[in-house]
Design a protein around this ligand. Structure first.
Ligand code: ATP
Length: 216
């Protein structure tokens, strides 16, 4: 699996539609300070479902939309799509090529797509679990992040190792199963409460029914 292309339109400094094409190998992006190199990495992080705006160096999610310059009007939406070669089927989906896209409008309305079909953020997260590619993955290491990893808390570093070891999806499934179990336990407590209330009423009702039978 490898990244084939990134398409951006209206995302941060990229007002126009731009297609970055990559080939199997190493690609370097060079340019002067402030020309938008980190914005390319932000675009990938964003399309993979990043919700923490600080990770994208903004104040609100709408800040990812091209805000205009002296000579250009702001854009109404931001769109990013990444296409991955999946001929080795590392992603558990029946396609040799997978395109994941995200769009956000100024109104705040947003959508995610996998190969052109609308999907939930959850579907994107699940697609990339344990591949190292997700927004929590180790495939996007931003400026200063190596330092953060080395000097970070052991629990934070543990997350990276879990992802590399391929056990994140099992941990998530365990957490979901535990939550369901907890909800069911609560339901059982409620059912038992109702049952004991009803049991209290059985005696008086039986007596009442006997009295009514006698008087009839
Ligand atoms: P450096 O080499 O200094 O790290 P860089 O090439 O990585 O720089 P970025 O940080 O990717 O540059 O890009 C910063 C530029 O993106 C700034 O000029 C900023 O004005 C522009 N920019 C960020 N968000 C938006 C936006 N929403 N609309 C327009 N331009 C934006």
């Amino acid at each position: 699996m490898y990244l084939k292309s990134i398409e951006v339109q209206g995302f941060k400094s990229f007002a126009n539609k731009i297609l970055f094409e990559f080939h199997n190998g190493i690609t370097g992006i060079v340019g002067p300070n402030g020309s938008g190199k980190s914005n390319v990495a932000d675009a990938v992080r964003w399309v993979l479902g990043e919700q923490r705006i600080r990770q994208l160096r903004g104040a609100s999610m709408q800040d990812v939309i091209f805000s205009g310059t002296e000579t250009r009007k702001p854009q109404g939406f931001a769109y990013v799509a990444i296409t991955l070669d999946n001929s080795d089927h590392q992603l558990a989906i029946d396609y040799d090529q997978v395109t994941v896209a995200r769009r956000i409008y100024r109104s705040g309305e947003s959508e995610y797509l996998i190969n052109g079909s609308a999907c939930r953020l959850k579907d994107i997260n699940e697609l990339f679990y344990d591949t190292g590619i997700g927004k929590e993955g180790y495939s996007i290491i931003g400026q200063g992040q190596i330092d953060k990893i080395l000097s970070g808390k052991p629990e934070d570093r543990r997350e990276l190792f879990d992802e590399a070891a391929g056990i994140v999806k099992f941990k998530r499934r365990k957490a979901i199963a535990q939550k369901k179990l907890e909800d069911e336990k609560q339901n059982l407590v409620r059912v038992n409460d109702i049952l004991s209330e009803l049991e209290k009423q059985v005696g008086p009702l039986a007596k009442q029914s006997e009295t009514e039978n006698i008087s009839v």
